[in-house]
Design a protein around this ligand. Structure first.
Ligand SMILES: Cc1cc2nc3c(=O)[nH]c(=O)nc-3n(C[C@H](O)[C@H](O)[C@H](O)COP(=O)(O)O)c2cc1C
Length: 349
């Protein structure tokens, strides 16, 4: 299939990354981006948090913060998409520029700080468009940067979005706002989870995923994972962007403050995934994120214990044709190693 992205990319990458992203969202909204094949190889079919997916490749949070294009990204071939991060009230985020490409490193640094339209606007958009059907839908929740009670923000958001999606992500690992990482403290995380458990969910509690940061030492990671398991978390997402800067970065923007994503995050986030898999022993599904740019990368996350994977930065460098290539390669690798399903490969860890 003809992939126009190699022709489009040089033009997009001459723009400020956020302007390029806005242009991409508008092109998707206007249905100007040709769809990718959706006839997924049956070996890729899996189940995540009770929903059947035709493939385990997901769109990571941050691409569609305001629920503008999630159904279009389904038509680009993703098996599931995560909208957000959404905060209770609209917020402007940090001053621009706040997103930087590091092309030599196939990486991005962002310190956006959750600019978003707020829960009311996002709920309204989700209600208007509905669940996309045929793909899984998650909503990534975050507290407002100026909130005096960030746990209350999460409880409020969880109630607002309880019926809107298949799962809700507690983003407790954003490196870019004052309240972004207050729950990377196991006592505060336990309090947040207890407050969520105390809500009367009526016909059923929504499924919760917690998204962890790669910048925690092993002792803290052990405590956080134990806290999540104690509270019967439904899934763990590993991981968010990193504040760390590998010494071999080449991009001229490498010293910008913010979270690093893309290729340099692949190894640290995959090692962390293996560690979380060892700590959880398969009791809870893991979603592997960080630096995926090929089917081999997705396969390595699955072999490290991920039931599903997500990506964002890879799309900035390769376009949505990457989704189709990842799926094709992943099916080949599963068969090469004798696995009948993604689930079998993840469980063989
Ligand atoms: C511009 C940008 C904005 C992001 N915004 C969010 C966000 O709002 N919430 C969140 O949990 N993660 C956010 N992320 C992190 C991604 O979801 C993902 O965890 C991270 O980028 C690693 O995956 P990747 O290397 O495939 O990009 C953002 C990433 C980027 C590059």
């Amino acid at each position: 299939m003809f992939d126009p992205y190699p022709l489009v990319r040089p033009l997009l990458h001459r723009l400020d990354p956020e302007d390029a992203h806005e242009l991409t969202l508008r092109a998707l909204e206007a249905n100007l981006v040709p769809g990718q094949p959706r006839d997924d190889d049956p070996i890729l079919a899996t189940t995540l948090l009770g929903r059947a997916l035709s493939n385990p490749i997901g769109l990571a949070a941050g691409f569609d913060k305001n629920a503008r294009v999630y159904e279009r990204m389904g038509a680009q071939g993703f098996g599931f998409v995560e909208v957000g991060g959404v905060t209770p009230r609209p917020q402007a985020g940090n001053p621009r520029p706040r997103v930087f490409r590091l092309p030599e490193d196939r990486a991005v640094i962002n310190r956006m700080g959750f600019p978003n339209d707020g829960a009311d606007a996002v709920v309204a958009r989700l209600q208007k468009k509905g669940h996309p059907g045929g793909i899984g839908l998650g909503i990534n929740l975050a507290s407002n940067a100026d909130s005096a009670d960030p746990a209350d923000d999460f409880v409020h958001l969880a109630q607002r979005f309880a019926r809107a999606a298949d799962y809700l992500t507690l983003d407790v690992s954003c490196p870019n706002t004052a309240n972004g990482q207050v729950f990377l403290d196991s006592a505060r995380l336990a309090d947040l989870l207890a407050r969520l458990a105390a809500v009367d969910w009526g016909p059923g509690r929504p499924a919760f995923a917690a998204k962890l940061a790669p910048d925690v030492d092993d002792a803290l990671l052990e405590r956080l994972v134990a806290t999540l398991l104690d509270a019967r978390i439904d899934a763990i997402i590993v991981a968010n962007t990193t504040r760390a800067r590998p010494s071999n970065l080449h991009g001229t923007h490498a010293s910008e403050a913010g979270g690093l994503s893309g290729a340099p995050l692949f190894v640290p986030s995959t090692l962390m995934l293996s560690r979380v898999r060892a700590l959880t022993g398969g009791r809870v599904p893991l979603i592997g994120v960080g630096g995926i740019a090929s089917g081999a990368d997705a396969y390595m996350k699955i072999r490290a214990g991920a039931s599903a994977v997500q990506l964002y930065t890879g799309l900035i460098y390769a376009g949505t044709g990457l989704i189709t290539r990842i799926k094709r390669e992943l099916a080949v690798l599963l068969r090469r190693d004798g696995f009948a399903s993604v689930e079998a490969a993840a469980a063989a860890t």
